[in-house]
Design a protein around this ligand. Structure first.
Ligand SMILES: *[C@@H]1O[C@H](CO)[C@@H](O)[C@H](O)[C@H]1NC(C)=O
Ligand SMILES: *[C@@H]1O[C@H](CO)[C@@H](O)[C@H](O)[C@H]1NC(C)=O
Ligand SMILES: *[C@@H]1O[C@H](CO)[C@@H](O)[C@H](O)[C@H]1NC(C)=O
Length: 251
């Protein structure tokens, strides 16, 4: 069975104010937003009303219709927002958006929802449907995109927008890479520590992921097939990786 992988990380809770970390595949909107637009990686889920969600979506330039429904995108693409519409920080407006394959957006939305409502294999973790709830994001597969490099390339790749047009380059932040027990390299611009537990999130049935459109955080009415489609595996951080991207520059 083909699996679509994301990474989901839970940082050990050492002190007040620390947040669980969810790590997404690096080929996504979030990296450009986190690193190149200074949105950062720690957010607060506030279980927004539909009206608030819609306002946030419009603020991100993802209100309907949006550029992702037109060529070169169109059918099969969705407008992905960063920060997510389910977090309070989006109220600042001018979030970044990116047109991504629906499957990818659905996978991310489902991971967030299971986390917020502590469903499926997150049943003993996450937010337990009790906002406000803090979470951080980090990224795997960091070599795949210029935005993920340790000396990041913040030049717009042509699919990084805000409501008012192509996103402009901002100041670049320092990067941090970590090795997980499985060997996977994790990019955590928000920081992480050796021993922090990270969860691999994978989906058992890819077809199901493609069929059902999920919107992050909107409500808690997913059926069991959708909720239980997600598998969560532990993968702790074992080392800091120095200069990792410099060794891998030929990709
Ligand atoms: C990294 O990318 C490869 C190739 O697309 C994919 O097979 C793998 O599942 C990804 N790993 C993670 C942890 O996302
Ligand atoms: C909010 O939107 C969801 C999804 O469109 C819908 O199922 C739900 O009934 C809406 N809630 C309210 C209170 O309108
Ligand atoms: C995957 O989900 C689809 C759609 O619900 C279903 O038709 C199919 O039988 C499922 N495949 C497996 C292997 O469970």
């Amino acid at each position: 069975m083909k699996q679509f992988l994301l990474l989901l990380g839970i940082l050990s809770l050492l002190s007040l104010g620390s947040a669980d970390t969810i790590a997404f595949n690096c080929n996504s909107n979030q990296v450009g937003g986190a690193k190149c637009k200074n949105w950062g990686t720690t957010f607060t889920w506030d279980r927004p009303s539909n009206r608030t969600s819609e306002q946030r979506t419009r603020g991100a330039g993802c209100g309907r219709p949006n550029r992702c429904s037109r060529p070169p995108y169109g059918s099969g693409y969705q407008c992905d927002e960063y920060p997510f519409k389910s977090v309070r920080e989006s109220d600042r407006g001018n979030q970044v958006n990116r047109c991504v394959a629906a499957r990818q957006n659905n996978a991310q939305g489902q991971a967030l929802r299971n986390f917020y409502y502590s469903r499926g294999e997150f049943r003993n973790r996450g937010c337990h449907n009790q906002p406000p709830c803090r979470l951080s994001v980090a990224f795997s597969n960091a070599s795949r995109l210029g935005y993920c490099q340790s000396r990041p390339n913040c030049r717009n790749d042509g699919n990084e927008y805000t409501r008012s047009g192509p996103a402009r380059r901002d100041e670049v932040q320092e990067s941090e890479f970590f090795r997980l027990a499985s060997g996977t390299v994790l990019f955590a611009p928000g920081g992480a520590r050796i021993g922090d537990v990270v969860y691999h999130v994978s989906f058992r049935n890819e077809t199901l992921l493609e069929e059902r459109d999920v919107v992050d955080g909107e409500n808690d009415d997913d059926d069991d097939a959708v909720v239980e489609n997600m598998q969560v595996d532990e993968d702790p951080i074992v080392a800091v990786v120095e200069g990792w991207m410099d060794e891998n520059e030929g990709f």
